[in-house]
Design a protein around this ligand. Sequence first.
Ligand code: PMP
Length: 353
Amino acid sequence: MSRFWSPLVRELVPYVPGEQPRMANQVKLNTNENPFGPSPKVIEAIRSEVGENLRLYPDPEGLKLKQALASYHGVEPGQIFLGNGSDEVLAHIFQGLFQHGEPVLFPDVTYSFYPVYCGLYGIEGRPVPLNEKFEIDVEDYSQPNGGVIFPNPNAPTGRYLPLEAVEQIIAANPDRVVVVDEAYVDFGGQTAITLVNRYPNLLVSQTLSKARSLAGLRVGFAVGHRDLIEGLERIKDSFNSYPLDRLALAGAVAAYEDEAWFEETRQAVMGERQRLTAELESLGFEVLPSKANFVFTRHPLHSGEVLSQSLREQGIIVRHFRKARIEEFLRITIGREDQNDALLKALRNILGR
Ligand code: PMP
């Protein structure tokens, strides 16, 4: 606390990101990074961007990347908004499109940055309880609101809402923006980007941090009607004209030019997810059905807190949330085969099997 802080700063409750441990040799399964690394073509593209040109500002529009994303997703470049990670995109959405004097709806168990943005921008958030299976009930999103946002698949549960149900939520809110946060959609979900030309109130956000394995590059984007994108561009150009640097733009374009790498690595993650789920179940864990690159799991006889601490003592870092409804759960990122084996071995030790 300092007397120099503005009143807003005193009130803020910031987001707490998963830890980035400074020690090597840990099996890091706590922040949903991709264990396989980016395409070699991405590294090559970034390397060739390193040079004299770095004295110049990057393209403030990021046009080449918008073109690459537009052709990949079958939309126009003018329907794409770019940001420094999808977190930045989401922040601008809250500030630019959710300020309507009515509460913004999101699930009670969801990405914990949403209430943080509400606090930052003075927006009321209304958590809508997931049902007892941790699913979104579509009817709950017909109440009056200032906007709707949910991840699909949801985080940290991994549960996926079929596209028809997503469409019902969008159709039920024609006068409000509905944001589908698709950070994890490439691990088995269907994107709602196919709906943007039919629903002018729909925004879909995605990130290169997960399936494209570029969490360190900080690139995210949103797709929607031009008018929504224009609103976001007005916020961006009142905040930071160059959110994506030259290396990020070059690497991101290259990521969409290596479809084989994308396909191979996401299939490997999904394969390991299936194996890990079965192994956890054989150890007595309950595992929620996941279409993300993580699983959300609890054991009937062992507390989440203790399990997470015991794993840490064996060099394995997973995510545990001290929050209502989910304190018995662990969120475990799908690792490489050897990492998942190390996790399973440690769990067998802990459970005495
Ligand atoms: N949405 C969800 C649901 C997430 O879990 C994350 C990752 N923490 C993000 C958005 C933001 O990812 P990034 O800023 O790396 O694009």
